[in-house]
Design a protein around this ligand. Structure first.
Ligand code: ADP
Length: 258
């Protein structure tokens, strides 16, 4: 059980008290029959591990993209620590992102990939070197800095992508089905790693998945999506033991984690 792993602290250069993410009346209408995201209001607390769970097409990724700024709101507001970011471009929101396909730069070494966000922020070479070394320790890839992505396994590449996503101390980390491409064993290992890193770094994590067990294992709270709205928000135990709707009961009913 990964919960028994002793809690350490990441190096201070990587620790960040997470931001609060507040969605109010968030709507995205692509002009289809129903809005992709329909009037969602939700507050994600600083340092919380929040999972967006729900079937395919229920609006999870669209909501995450609206938080990231990859997509524009039809209506509603999104605030980070009380500041409205609804019209800010993605790079001004200072959020880390991790996807299923890690999208590492193939012509760059591991160190160059991980250092990329810091070079963009004009950090000094010596600070970058120290920070890259710290974060590669945190994701348990010490000594791989000179490797190229193709010399690493899928799981190792995803660790590099995770390192790159947190190296600049983002306000929050947004993860969209990051383990979807990995086999079952590797998935379990990296779930535990993501949980540990969340605990050590202390930042706000928002994680998208359609997998109930994954959501149950990882989350402080789950927002269960259905058809563009949120059916119920609560801890894994609350959703499992006290479902408020038939949809929640059915969606979580076949998971076997408690
Ligand atoms: P999920 O992440 O839960 O699988 P999505 O947020 O990807 O769901 O999609 C929600 C709905 O919005 C779906 O009906 C999807 O087809 C639609 N949708 C998503 N992106 C676009 C887009 N760029 N243009 C039109 N429709 C979209």
């Amino acid at each position: 059980n990964e919960k028994t792993v002793p809690s350490r602290k990441a190096p201070p250069t990587l620790v960040r008290r997470g931001t609060q993410i507040r969605l109010a009346g968030v709507t995205k209408d692509y002009g289809l029959e129903v809005p992709a995201v329909d009037d969602i209001s939700l507050t994600i607390e600083p340092g919380e591990f929040m999972t967006f769970l729900g079937p395919s097409g229920s609006g999870k990724t669209t909501t995450l993209n609206l938080i990231a700024g990859f997509d524009t709101l039809t209506s509603g507001t999104i605030a980070l620590n009380g500041t409205d970011v609804g019209t800010l471009p993605p790079h001004k929101r200072n959020l880390g992102m991790l996807f299923q396909n890690y999208a590492l730069f193939p012509h760059m070494t591991v160190a160059q990939n991980v250092g990329y966000p810091l070079r963009e922020r004009k950090m000094s070479k010596s600070d970058i070197a120290r920070r890259v070394s710290d974060v590669l320790d945190l994701v348990q890839l010490p000594g791989r800095d000179r490797n190229y992505p193709t010399q690493l396994s899928g799981g190792q590449q995803q660790r590099v992508a995770l390192a790159r996503a947190i190296v600049f101390q983002p306000e929050a980390l947004l993860l969209d089905e990051p383990l979807g491409a990995l086999d079952r064993n590797l998935r379990a290992t990296l779930q535990a790693e993501i949980r540990r890193i969340h605990r050590e770094v202390g930042s706000t994590f928002v994680f998208v998945t359609h997998d109930q067990e994954e959501a149950m294992n990882l989350s402080d709270r789950i927002a269960l999506f259905n058809n563009g709205h949120i059916e119920q928000v609560g801890s894994p135990q609350e959703l499992y033991r006290e479902p408020e709707t038939l949809f929640t009961a059915r969606f979580l009913g076949d998971s076997n984690v408690f």
